[in-house]
Write a protein that binds this ligand. Structure first.
Ligand code: CA
Ligand code: CA
Length: 588
């Protein structure tokens, strides 16, 4: 009886709402996307702007009042499906859109946290995700919410209903392909808005590529393989070859060369270029592929009209440590120059001219780096040859090369968690990790759908009291202005605001706000599970909201070796949290 009464009340409430509030529906234009960084009433791109700065001009929540932040609502991702939640939500016209583990998606009322729809992608047996069943977010364009799946599909949902409008297969999941990054929507003159996607699967010898698709149909407009020797397409016809076949790759290894574009890209409307990073060369055993192995472990600037590579910059030539070069390229302006910065897995923070890729400088952002002495004036690493894992052929039985202890570990000085840039402090906020690894090479041959590494490894901490370290970096000097250490490895992204704040979460479950200038901790809230996702902020009806997803998982518990043991006690989860100030405090 009681339950019935509650139900009746809830229905009456819903009816009242539908009479007084316009129908909730996204209608996201390409201008909304291009202007996203400046508009505070919505978040319609991954990165709070296509340049990826993750900066908000909002000041309602600031250094003086952030300690009063309270939860506005939370929603569980529910079911038996937990695992890592690495997404960034989007917000438009009173609706929040986000993805979750196991290729799921939600639309939620931003006022109440109540679910509007949920989409559960039917995953086949035998998917091959390398690093947990995560998803890093979707894209809004027109009336669609579009995201990638663990069986290497793109699915466009009706933002109003969650019903499938179109679904396209990127590639064969049985060969190791999947897609978990947020697709990137860009404006073009020739084709209208295009959706850019990459591919995951570098540990299975896939070939990395960037594809541009019609947002209306999902059909491919152009494609650009990132490995030398492969040929791109435009409007269904072959265009140019990437690089020159066999220039930096021996034999046929380029055919299964890796370079997965698994973390997606950013876009700068001033240059018309999309910036995508590329993963490790396959296999990991570098002795099998003498040469630079272009364009693996690189950043590529791609003309979004044609799919041609405008410039490339390789961070780790002939990589032997799995230093994927996928980390985000964030555009910023300084000294009258159009620059971009990227914090590499290899432990160095790079600044490039984003118009032409010219190297400006690179500095270590983690301690005790062993694999390279420094980055030379030409932008190439000066290797420590004795820190390259040995060739198995040089061992007695040919089965295991010389093992070395290398820093950083293959999970990187920084990994998938995006940094932020504040034009106020002119600092980058880089979620970094201090760890190393024992690594050795073994013989390996390519086999479809099997791990193609030729390496073994064990990750180890470097310091007793911390692995994670949030670092504030001056991009003009490489100076680390402040750092805030964390016991567990950091695996979540950063948000910075004109309120002088830096927001991020920890695997221990704390959602933190630090003073952007000093690094002093001003706020910490226990979300109940580890945070490996990316916070956002927006304003609605005069109030500023901040959201972040909580749900421990990702690559660290799976691949962290001795570090994984130190985080084995952390509980899984799956809750989207939204915070605001009590009305009285916001007014003061
Ligand atoms: Ca916006
Ligand atoms: Ca890799």
């Amino acid at each position: 009886m009681k339950a019935f009464k509650w139900y009746a009340t809830a229905s009456a409430f819903a009816l009242t709402l539908s009479l007084t509030v316009p129908v909730l529906a996204a209608d996201v234009t390409i201008d909304d996307i291009v202007n996203d960084a400046k508009t505070t009433h919505d978040v319609v791109t991954n990165g709070l702007g296509t340049q990826g700065q993750r900066y908000s001009p909002l000041t309602t929540i600031n250094k003086d009042n952030v300690q009063g932040l309270v939860p506005a609502w939370t929603i569980s991702l529910g079911g038996e499906k937990m695992k890592g939640q690495e997404t960034q939500p989007l917000v438009k016209d009173g609706v929040m859109y986000f993805t979750g583990s196991y290729s799921r998606a939600w639309a939620v009322d931003t006022k109440t946290g109540h679910e509007i729809w949920q989409y559960d992608h039917r995953l086949p047996e035998g998917i091959l995700p390398c690093c947990d069943v995560i998803n890093r977010g979707g894209s809004l364009i027109g009336n669609k919410f579009i995201f990638g799946t663990l069986d290497a599909k793109l699915v466009a949902l009706d933002a109003k209903t969650g019903k499938v409008i179109w679904s396209k297969t990127i590639d064969d999941f049985k060969a190791g392909y999947s897609f978990s990054a947020a697709p990137l929507i860009v404006p073009t003159k020739a084709h209208g808005p295009l959706l850019l996607n990459g591919v995951s699967g570098g540990e299975f010898g896939v070939v990395g590529r960037v594809e541009a698709r019609s947002v209306e149909t999902g059909e491919i407009v152009w494609s650009r393989p990132v490995i030398e020797g492969h040929v791109g397409t435009l409007n269904g016809k072959p265009t140019t070859m990437t690089g020159t076949k066999n220039e930096t790759w021996p034999g046929d290894l380029w055919k299964t060369g890796g370079g997965a574009t698994w973390l997606g890209g950013t876009f700068d409307s001033e240059t018309g270029l999309a910036y995508f990073g590329t993963g490790n060369p396959a296999p990991w055993n570098s002795h099998m592929r003498p040469g630079d192995n272009k364009w693996t472990c690189s950043r590529l600037a791609i003309d979004v009209e044609t799919g041609e590579i405008k410039w490339g910059f390789q961070t780790t030539p002939n990589d032997g440590w799995d230093f994927d070069g996928v980390n985000e390229v964030v555009s910023f302006d300084a000294d009258g120059k159009k620059l971009a910065a990227t914090a590499d897995r290899n432990g160095f923070f790079y600044v490039l001219d984003r118009t032409n890729g010219a190297f400006q400088g690179a500095w270590p952002f983690v301690e005790k780096i062993t694999w390279a002495k420094e980055i030379g004036k030409d932008g190439r690493p000066v290797f420590n040859p004795e820190n390259r894992p040995g060739n198995p052929k040089d061992s007695k039985d040919g089965k295991k090369g010389n093992s070395v202890f290398a820093v950083p570990s293959f999970l990187g000085g920084k990994n998938q968690m995006p940094m932020a840039y504040s034009p106020d402090t002119k600092l980058f906020y880089v979620p970094s990790n201090e760890w190393g690894m024992d690594i050795w090479n073994e013989p390996v041959a390519y086999k479809k759908g099997a791990a193609y590494l030729g390496a073994g490894f064990t990750i180890k901490p470097l310091f007793e009291d911390h692995i994670g370290s949030m670092k504030a970096i001056d991009p003009m000097t490489g100076k680390i202005v402040w750092q805030a250490n964390n016991r567990a490895p950091l695996w979540g992204g950063v948000l910075t605001t004109a309120g002088g704040l830096v927001f991020y979460g920890t695997p221990e479950g704390e959602f933190k706000a630090l003073d952007a200038t000093s690094g002093k901790e001003l706020y910490s809230f226990n979300t109940g599970s580890g945070i490996v996702g990316n916070p956002i902020t927006w304003e609605e009806n005069g109030e500023q909201f901040i959201s972040v997803i909580s749900g421990w998982g990702g690559a660290v518990p799976l691949w962290g070796g001795e570090v994984a043991k130190t985080v084995a006690h952390l509980n899984q989860g799956g809750m989207m949290w939204t915070f605001k100030l009590p009305k009285k405090m916001a007014a003061n």
